[in-house]
Design a protein around this ligand. Sequence first.
Ligand code: ADP
Ligand code: MG
Length: 739
Amino acid sequence: MSKNKSSESVKVVVRCRPLNRKEESNGPAGGIVQMDLRLGQVILRNPRAPPSEPQKTFTFDAVYDANSKQRDLYDESVRPLIDSVLAGFNGTIFAYGQTGTGKTYTMQGAWLDPEKQGVIPNAFDHIFTHISRSQSDRQYLVRASYLEIYREDIRDLLDPNHGNTRGLELRESPDTGVYVQDLTSCVCKSIKEIEEVMNVGNQARAVGATDMNEHSSRSHALFLITVECSQPGPDGRKHIRVGHLNLVDLAGSERQAKTGVQGERLKEAAKINLSLSALGNVISALADGRNGHVPYRDSKLTRLLQDSLGGNAKTVMVATLGPAPQHYDETLTTLRYANRAKNIQNQPRVNEDPKDALLREFQKEIARLRAQLNHRRWLSKQKKEQLDGEDWERDGDEDTEGGEEEEEEVEKEAEEYVKMEEQRLEKEKEAIREDQFLMTEEKQRLLGENEKMMGDLRKEQEATEQLTAKYKAMESKLLVGGKNIMDHTNEQQKMLEMKRQEIAEQTRREREMQQQMLNQDEETLELRETFTSLQQEVEAKTKKLKKLYAKLQCIKAEIKDVNDEHVRSRQDLEQTQNELTRELKFKYLIIENFIPPEEKNKIMNRLMFDPEEDQWKFKSLVPAESKSSQMKKRPASAVGYKRPISQYARVAIAMGPHSRYRAENIMFLELDMTPPNTSPADRSTEAEPNQSPSLDSSPSKEEGVCRSRSWCQTQKSITSSPSNNSLTACLTATPTVAM
Ligand code: ADP
Ligand code: MG
């Protein structure tokens, strides 16, 4: 990919967590990950390979070992990015790695311990401290949203009903790019408020999941912060810059075992890590840099991160590793993934005066409310001056851009006017009451008028109060530089922070230089060498040959590894494909054999593809606009029934209350209590006319069946139905016993 002036690569840093207790107790093998902090290198040892095999080395923008502090990672690798967001760039930080390697620890950390706070709380602190220390001619608006992607469903974690509603949709607009429709966004005025937002979201995440660990390792969490800043430009007009910050805690990158899953579960399993594998494909396509197709549209996550990968954003990827030998394969995969991401080029630019800046709308609304309020007060002031008998015209017109003092004065006078007017009306009322020359009716009328005026005055005052409250609420949402937030840090602390930042910056530059030197060393080694004898030259060249040979072996091994992995993932995909094909064939078989072709055609004709949501949908049966005219009227009721009643329902009524076996069409027989028949089995063949009385009273076999009461034999209960005939026909057609 061509590097133009404004393009910069994705920064990739790697962090390895300490061995945990369980891993330590597993044996003395120790970790397989070594780190060279000075050079930014990770050295990985294969626990299964012989010691002679060369170790794998990867170089990154920075590496953090088990002893690294949260603060170091933030100051060195994240702080510059947040500074860019505050200057109006888009920024993304995402944590990638196997479950249990410290993604959540890196992004969130332990909130209660300031030493262990992760990237997100540190970013809150950074943003609001920056605002409080900036110049007072700047206005800020900070908003936060929190969502998660679980099984390709976008859920709004700040919406109390997110568990019950359908997932949110993604939309794309030419101005803002891809965004989530109807996502809750909270305006935050302080660190406390934004932390509250984070907590609410985290709780929603925990509540929605039956098994938190399982859930968190399969869902992606995105915390989005938008910082809008308005600042007067050289042209005297206010310009707005908007920075979007995405803080992403990805799902665990380990391969999900799919063995033995079928049907719905299989489809689910295929969806779980769809976003993650799509992310891998996007990174590969971008890192290849052949300007080919980048499959952003394959998953929701990649669409949301479209700008962060290869677009208008600055991006930092934190790849997390575990040092345990049993996770060697996963660790190697993570390192390769991270290594590839280094090659992605982004084109960040400042978002200046975008059309959809909320800050501008806020400013306009505040100005409108303020003008309304001032107008009201000015009117009151005028009236007061009239009452006072002053020459109010001297003050000129209301639109003069008076200072705050003048405004306060107007406000005070307006309040005084209300008070005076109230007193005046009160006095008038008294006077009317006490006036003995007035007729009673006249008195009533005057009192009524007085009451009305009083009411009007109160209403007006209430309206002004409401307007003031609204204005104040709106205004308090905007943060003004150098105000609003109390900055308790003293000068010394500020200096300390500055120094820390400088050191972090220096470390970063030192590492870059070291890496460059290492690269150059290898290239120039040959040039610098001068040989005094042939023997020496042979020795030196043999040494070099050995070194290069080792390198060649390493690269060959690497190629083999990559090939193996490729084959493995291909087999995986093939297996999934086979299973899905089988599933599909099975469904086809059912459709072909059990669904009438005309029904099938009806359904096929209603299907249509929605490209926005990337799925098939049903067209509604009746077009929305002609629904009322085309819908058939409800049939009128049959004689004798309150409501129209279906044939099925009539049969059900006829069959009486025993519903237990109705669906299976089983006859319900009562216990036959007739004494056992002791006559020989071939008695019936004898057919004697003079049967014994005892035998006479015992029923014949057919009678026995008839006498046992069946729930099918209650036709008597149907009386009023006009379709009795058809019902009896239906009943006679039903076999009495069907098992
Ligand atoms: P993930 O989110 O990747 O699944 P977690 O962040 O939940 O992993 O980390 C798993 C465990 O490891 C947690 O108990 C966490 O405290 C611990 N841990 C992770 N990284 C570190 C680290 N750098 N230092 C100390 N403990 C860590
Ligand atoms: Mg986690």
